[in-house]
Design a protein around this ligand. Structure first.
Ligand code: GDP
Length: 444
């Protein structure tokens, strides 16, 4: 998976990182090549467009870091945008619910649904200490229930005893009841597949959902089917509602389009990936790890991160100086947000500034959390340096461009600007206070 894309990108980056300086034409040429490489990897057109736009905006807006070449900087930006496109953070299966917690597995025939069900059961037992009951609701394929029972014995996880002649809903009910009575933590419901989506299948899925009230509904999709997998996910999500996706055959030599487009197009996280036929060939989907695998530029990314850290101290000193003078523009806010992200929470940086502590509750009440910090940074990073220094420039068309660049609604850009204005006013009052203090000092 990703091999051809990875080869192409490394060719593009080799050229970029070998240069001392980069012109806008160089960046545009690289972006054209990245675009072509992504399209050839079967990445959805919308995703490609958003991807290259983001990289372009950030490359233009990026500050120069000492000891790093512009080419290396672009690699880091592509890496960051790639991670965002893949979903930013790993999203494991959510196990926080009252037992027995039902996980419904859906998907087409041959995607690897039954295999994945058993793999998940094994993982839940070994890594989370969960007692799991598996049940096959596939009454169409005669061997399906027996196939799950065989896998159950292999991974040493119980399967619901087979009662011939029951409907899928009856089996689901029996599974939930058995789990309640026998104290299972999790029930994995392996539903029937079809060769393609059809109405009776969707109706059956909806009915099973109604009766088993699953905490998770996971679509198992074959990564080798590329955009078809993404369309399938959209279809299933519209009809049944999905909480996540498992992409199988990530060990195959697919081009990677499904993995790269899935999150952006469907808005649903890829939670796990199947990487082989064996029962432990199931991995967490980690955007960072996948990005590293695609770019193969971990060294450069680490180098830029280290260089960025080194300038943090200098930046913090300069920021403190600016704030002491009552200056606080959007770039300052962006730097602060980056710091907040690094120290993993609001407490640190806000706590350091006297008087800002009182804004903390206010900010917390407005739903300011780590995800928001990340989004707000993305918004500011989509602005040009000029806009960051002069928030007054922000007119409707610019806001629209920025919102599109950072994948948020215009309202969110407005919210950020308002928040910045409040903070800037506060900083101004600091500056004024300081000067006032000085004068008083003189008078005394
Ligand atoms: P179902 O019809 O969706 O239940 O599919 P199965 O679970 O029966 O899987 C079909 C075939 O795909 C089996 O031979 C599995 O071993 C294989 N398979 C499932 N997941 C993976 C995977 O991640 N990688 C590879 N290489 N094969 C897989």
């Amino acid at each position: 998976m990703f091999e051809s894309l990875s080869d192409k990108l490394s060719g593009i980056f080799d050229k970029l990182t070998r240069r001392g300086a980069l012109s806008e034409a160089d960046v545009n040429e690289a972006l054209r090549e990245i675009r072509r490489a992504l399209l050839e990897a079967d990445v959805a057109l919308d995703v490609v467009r958003s991807f290259t736009d983001k990289v372009r905006d950030r490359a233009i807006g990026a500050g120069v870091i000492k000891s790093v070449t512009p080419g290396q900087m672009v690699v880091k930006i592509v890496n960051d945008v790639l991670i965002e496109t893949l979903g930013q953070d790993a999203e494991p299966i959510d196990l926080v619910a009252a037992p027995p917690l039902a996980i419904m597995m859906v998907g087409l025939q041959g995607a690897g649904k039954t295999t994945t069900t058993a793999k998940i059961a094994k993982r839940l037992k070994e890594r989370h200490g969960k007692r799991t009951l598996m049940a096959s609701l596939d009454v169409k394929r005669p061997a399906a229930q027996e196939q799950l029972a065989v896998l159950g014995r292999q991974v040493e996880v119980d399967t619901l005893p087979i009662v011939p002649g029951q409907t899928p809903v009856q089996i689901a009910k029996r599974a939930m009841e058995a789990a309640r009575l026998q104290g299972y933590d999790v029930v994995l419901l392996d539903t029937a597949g079809r060769t393609h989506i059809d109405e009776p299948l969707m109706a059956e899925m909806a009915e099973i959902k109604t009766f088993s009230k699953p905490h998770e509904i996971l679509l198992v999709a074959d990564a080798l089917t590329g955009q078809d997998a993404v369309n399938l996910a959209q279809n299933f999500d519209e009809r049944v509602g999905l909480t996540g996706i498992v992409l199988t055959r990530m060990d195959g030599d697919g081009r990677g389009g499904a993995a790269l487009s899935m999150r952006y197009v469907t808005g649903k996280p890829i939670k796990l990936i199947g990487v082989g036929e064996k029962m432990d060939a199931l991995d967490e989907f980690s955007p960072t790890r996948i990005a590293n695998r695609i770019l193969g530029m971990g060294d450069i990314v680490a180098l830029v991160e280290k260089a960025a850290q080194a300038i943090d101290a200098e930046q913090a000193r300069k920021a403190a100086e600016r704030m002491a003078k009552g200056k606080f523009d959007l770039q300052d806010l962006c730097d602060q947000l980056a710091q907040v992200e690094k120290i993993g929470g609001l407490g640190g940086i806000m706590g350091l500034l006297p008087g800002v502590a009182k804004m903390k509750d206010q900010i917390a009440a407005s739903g300011f959390d780590d995800k928001m910090v990340r989004r707000q940074r993305a918004i500011i990073l989509s602005m040009t340096p000029k806009e960051r220094r002069n928030p007054d420039l922000m007119k409707a068309s610019r806001k629209k461009r920025i919102a599109a660049g950072s994948g948020v609604k215009v309202e969110e850009v407005n919210k950020l600007l308002k928040q910045h204005r409040q903070m800037a006013d506060l900083m101004k009052s600091f500056g004024a206070g300081k000067r006032g203090g000085g004068m008083m000092g003189k008078a005394a």
